[in-house]
Design a protein around this ligand. Structure first.
Ligand code: ADP
Ligand code: MG
Length: 260
């Protein structure tokens, strides 16, 4: 694992007089799977959008050695080409097949012969564990889990250094969600990609993340390894992990214990 690939310092984001992030700082290391958790409305997606250069901010965000707040368009575009992004809605174009969806992302950026393009797409599909048969299927013909994987294959099409995922397992049944978790873990190892993931799925949080931050009350409440940051007196953290949904977490911990 390398040094920091993203360093955020004193980041403030406000909408009119509402402050969503109040001078927050955090850092993401090269090659790790980093999760951003927090209650709904705590600013997870807004933080992700700031890193993706889709959201104005005060303070400093350094990505791949560049201050994105000060970067010119050429630099921003060069950084963006290292990004793979999967938004919450995992929105594939419904009128295009899976293959055409992935090809569309590729064509925006490079000119390639048709057969080379097909090989690249087939490879990306296999990376996320999808059979090449889905190439010619429309999104509506896929299960929820397969749609997410197709969106993931599309996010990987330009061999990103950084993969950003917003709530990747939302709307999936537990089995498909766990399957998606494993796909992320395998990809991160295989491709040595850095994954930045917003999630409120506690199973995904504990299954996948190597480090994480917990957002709440406009601040970073904690940052570190999942099991190091959840045991605290902080009332927000307690609410997230030891409230009603925390029961799931307790069961999960029991299961891990009985397996080891
Ligand atoms: P999360 O992803 O953690 O659920 P969001 O980042 O979507 O939270 O939103 C954080 C807060 O910022 C919310 O209160 C939301 O209403 C507000 N917000 C987000 N985007 C905008 C916007 N474009 N204009 C005004 N308020 C916004
Ligand atoms: Mg969100």
């Amino acid at each position: 694992m390398g040094g920091n690939i993203i360093t955020i310092k004193d980041l403030t984001i406000r909408f009119k007089d509402k402050i969503v992030h109040n001078k927050i700082s955090l850092s993401i290391q090269e090659g790790e799977i980093y999760s951003i958790v927090g209650k709904s409305g705590s600013g997870k997606s807004t933080l992700l959008r700031a890193m993706l250069m889709l959201q104005e901010f005060e303070g400093s965000i350094n990505i791949l050695g560049k201050e994105i707040g000060k970067a010119d368009n050429k630099t921003k575009n060069a950084i963006r080409r290292q990004f793979g992004v999967m938004f919450q809605s995992a929105s594939l174009f419904t009128s295009l097949t899976v293959g055409e969806n992935i090809a569309a992302s590729l064509k925006e950026n490079v000119k390639l012969q048709r057969n080379i393009m097909q090989d690249i797409i087939a490879f990306k599909l296999s990376l996320v564990g999808l059979d090449n048969d889905v190439y010619n299927l429309f999104p509506s013909e896929l299960s929820g889990g397969m749609r997410k994987k197709a969106a993931l294959a599309r996010a990987l099409v330009l061999d990103p250094k950084l993969l950003f995922l917003d709530e990747p397992t939302s709307g999936l049944d537990p089995v498909s969600a766990e399957d998606f978790d494993n796909t992320i873990k395998n990809l991160s190892k295989l491709l040595n990609i850095t994954v930045v993931m917003v999630t409120h799925d506690l199973d995904t949080f504990f299954n996948v993340s190597q480090r994480a931050c917990i957002l709440g009350d406009g601040k970073v409440l904690a940052e570190g390894k999942p099991f190091d940051i959840i045991y605290t007196d902080d009332k927000w953290i307690k609410q997230i992990f030891f409230g009603e949904r925390g029961i799931k977490f307790q069961l999960w911990k029991q299961k891990q214990g009985s397996q080891s």
